[in-house]
Design a binder for this molecule. Structure first.
Ligand code: SAM
Ligand code: SF4
Length: 469
């Protein structure tokens, strides 16, 4: 099994060359790229670097509008929801931006026992979620992989008062070895995610002074190990604020191109976390390359245009008003009602960040987020169908690229929203949700699928669950 790749994934000189070559782009250059973008086949690195250098307000508006059109055409109105589940905050790394780092002696360390993981899962299920993202720090004494695998089983087997269960677990843990992926491939997980944090080698070194995470190449090559050892769907991301965002976006696209070229399938998702304050985490309190809200909107729009078929994930690190704007610009998955401290779902919500990984900016409950998503005209979706039907990896992309995945996404969004309405919604959300379902049924292009969806919706009203395409 290959542990060390000899391919260069990130070429830093090329990134700087591209950025200087495309400085101060002309209107004609921008318009040409926008026209190409609307063909929805993605963009090359030079195109992306031109868009990153856009500064004029009217050009930014054109960029946002293009991202909106592409998002609407490919994804329609559905927004997939998930909840993060932190199971341990022990960590032997010392990432300077993170509240869980080993040198932070002021947080209470905890690894949840399996019964407590069950309780947390039940609390998440009671909010209506069907999909979780499991996370933990990297520390082999208190939270090794064996514990993690048992935790996965515990989450899948938990049931709430309605008899509902988690249907898809995505994971975000340390980079694994090829041998570890060989074990993981037989465990039911959806996407395996690791953020590179920063693709800039020198900054990476400064930010990760201690522990296994200080090895840049081991982390960068993790998706190669994952995809050559049985993983189908992988997620990448950078932590915006550590280094120049233009560099990071180009590097992330380079990474995606590398995976696409080598494995016939790029990343399933891209995440766009921005640094938030965390206790005793110097780089989170004095952010080296702060990204403004305007630049953040530019980043999301460019990614949507550059890799149109890759899901884009936004967490509750961002405030509600900005999240709402970004839904239009390309975000396809969001977390809601999140807690970033192990055990946080069963505790009363505490707005400070003392024992959390970082502070949250959207502190609304899942119910509040869901209602506001509906009011904005989007369909909150709890769909997990692709993963369960084996529409993963290249099979997923083969459907996504010709625009066929929408045929399943819309009806599945409607049936899972219906389940939410029947089991968990308050009266106002029930009314709003029913109206939305009625309206969106007409948008299903195939008569056959629309009729089947209506049949499923009726069955769900009568108490049946888990009906999907
Ligand atoms: N410990 C594993 C690791 O670092 O790969 C698992 C993921 S860690 C629990 C989740 C992610 O949180 C990190 O990859 C990092 O990007 C992000 N994070 C850490 N500190 C943060 C902060 N202050 N603000 C926003 N995100 C942060
Ligand atoms: Fe540990 Fe991950 Fe936090 Fe780094 S980001 S300190 S590895 S939990």
């Amino acid at each position: 099994m290959q542990e060390k790749l000899n391919v260069e994934i990130i070429n830093e000189n090329k990134i700087y060359e591209l950025l200087s070559k495309s400085a101060q782009p002309s209107k004609e250059q921008i318009n040409e790229i926008i026209t190409k973008a609307l063909e929805m086949q993605g963009l090359n690195l030079l195109d992306v670097s031109v868009l990153l250098n856009i500064e004029r307000k009217e050009d930014l508006e054109l960029l946002y509008q293009t991202a909106r059109t592409i998002k609407d055409t490919i994804y329609g109105k559905r927004l997939v929801l998930f909840a993060p589940l932190y199971i341990s905050n022990y960590c032997s790394n010392n990432c300077l931006y993170c509240g869980f780092r080993i040198d932070n002696k002021e947080i209470d360390r905890i690894t949840l026992t399996l019964p407590r993981i069950k309780e947390e899962t039940e609390a998440i299920l009671e909010q209506g979620h069907k999909r979780v993202l499991m996370l933990m720090g990297e520390e082999h004494k208190n939270c090794d992989l064996d514990y993690f695998y048992k935790a996965i089983d515990t989450v899948y087997s938990a049931k709430d008062s309605k008899g509902s269960q988690i249907r898809r677990i995505n994971i975000e843990i340390q980079p694994l070895s090829s041998e570890e992926f060989q074990i993981l491939k037989d465990i039911k997980i959806g996407t395996y995610t690791v953020f590179q944090e920063t693709y800039h080698r020198a900054t990476y070194k400064t930010m990760h002074p201690k522990g296994p995470k200080s090895n840049y190449d081991w982390r960068l090559q993790v998706m190669d190990r994952a995809l050559s050892n049985g993983m189908h769907d992988v997620g990448i991301g950078t932590l915006f604020g550590l280094y120049d965002y233009k560099f990071e976006v180009l590097a992330m696209i380079m990474h995606a191109e590398h995976l696409d070229k080598e494995y016939g399938c790029g990343p399933h998702t891209i995440s766009v976390p921005r640094i938030k304050p965390a206790s005793n985490a110097p780089a989170s309190l004095n952010i080296p390359h702060n990204v403004s809200d305007e630049d953040f909107k530019k980043i999301v729009s460019i990614l949507r245009i550059a890799v149109p078929y890759t899901g884009m994930i936004l967490s509750t690190r961002e405030p509600a008003w900005l999240r709402s704007e970004l839904f239009n610009m390309g975000i396809s998955q969001i977390s809601a009602g999140s807690r970033t401290n192990p055990g946080g779902y069963k505790q009363a919500f505490n707005d400070d960040y003392d024992d959390s990984q970082f502070s949250l900016n959207d502190c609304r409950s899942s119910g509040e987020v869901i209602q506001s998503v509906i009011k904005q005209g989007f369909i909150p979706s709890f769909c997990t169908a692709c993963y369960r039907l084996g529409r993963v990896g290249q099979d997923f992309m083969d459907l996504a690229k010709p625009g066929l995945i929408k045929l399943f996404c819309l009806p599945n969004a409607l049936t899972t929203l219906k389940e939410y309405i029947v089991d968990y919604a308050d009266e106002q959300t029930k009314l709003l949700g029913k109206e939305l379902i009625q309206k969106e049924l007409n948008e299903i292009p195939s008569d056959k699928i629309r009729e089947k969806t209506i049949e499923y919706l009726q069955k769900i009203s009568q108490g049946q669950h888990d009906l999907y395409f």
